[in-house]
Write a protein that binds this ligand. Structure first.
Ligand code: ADP
Ligand code: MG
Length: 257
């Protein structure tokens, strides 16, 4: 076979085998291996490693995209000193992700602006980096989707999709009360996740007030029961970070003028 024909066929085979990185790199790597006198297994090893790393990088990017974060936040930008009520040790422990192996939940409870969504996002982002399938929902957004899917008779398909997740974030439970149907669908969702998918729930409301947004004492009791059977609770009870930042800014401006 002519060298030209072989190159053409090799490119074709690598494409067919879905090895885009090998395809892109094999010539360059061959030249490099020649100058370094690296042997054939070394050459193959380098190429396969590049392919694998690139594949993992793309998969991670896909997981992050599929998670649907409204904004990406990580722990390095979280200032624990600004929010001393948050149990830093627990947060750092949770970042390891073992709670998902145990199908445990995380509840973040506290006033508005205390970093609950930030921490929930940081935990969920880390889960994506660890190879887990994640979805981030605002709780009202999820309830709206559930109602829509039911309307379109696509609810069970939606539940099947959710069942494939390792982690689901329900952000900001408590800002808007649900309709009766909405509350029932949310309850169903939490029930299905029980002992199968970890949930991170953030709320500005203490448990006593959850019935007000769920509309039914009995359903709220059952919901809390499932959520808290295996749970890590993080409380954030300090001042709003946004408010504290604005106050600091105002003070600085005062001094300037
Ligand atoms: P919550 O969900 O509790 O209402 P957020 O997580 O939305 O609060 O926080 C509000 C804003 O303040 C966000 O931009 C968040 O990144 C920031 N923030 C809150 N707490 C901290 C903190 N301790 N360190 C750094 N940024 C913070
Ligand atoms: Mg929030």
């Amino acid at each position: 076979m002519s060298a030209n024909k072989q190159t053409l066929l090799l490119d074709h085979h690598l494409k067919k085998l879905k090895m885009p990185t090998m395809l892109r790199e094999y010539e360059k790597t061959a030249a490099l291996c020649r100058t370094e006198r690296a042997d054939y297994p070394q050459y193959l090893f380098r190429l396969s490693e590049m392919e694998l790393l690139e594949r993992e990088r793309r998969a991670k990017e896909r997981r992050i995209r599929d998670a649907g974060f409204p904004v990406i936040k990580t722990l390095d930008t979280f200032d624990f000193k600004a929010q001393p009520s948050v149990n830093q040790e627990l947060v750092r422990g949770l970042m390891r992700g073992e709670y998902m192996d145990q199908k445990e939940n995380v509840l973040l409870i506290g006033n508005s602006g205390t970093g609950k969504s930030h921490l929930a996002t940081a935990l969920a982002f880390q889960a994506c980096c660890q190879g887990r399938a994640v979805r981030f929902f605002s709780t009202t957004g999820l309830v709206t989707q559930l109602l829509e899917r039911r309307e379109e008779k696509q609810l069970s398909k939606f539940h099947q999709k959710l069942a494939r997740l390792d982690l689901m974030v329900l952000d900001e439970l408590g800002y808007v009360p649900f309709s009766k149907a909405g509350a029932e669908l949310l309850f169903e969702c939490v029930s299905k996740a029980y002992e199968r998918t970890s949930l991170i729930v953030t709320s500005n409301l203490p448990f006593e007030n959850w019935a007000e947004i769920m509309g039914s004492e009995r359903m709220t009791g059952a919901l809390i029961d499932r959520l808290t059977h295996r749970v890590h609770i993080l409380e954030a009870n300090g001042e709003s970070y946004r408010l504290a930042e604005s106050k600091k800014r105002l003070k600085r401006n005062d001094r300037k003028s």
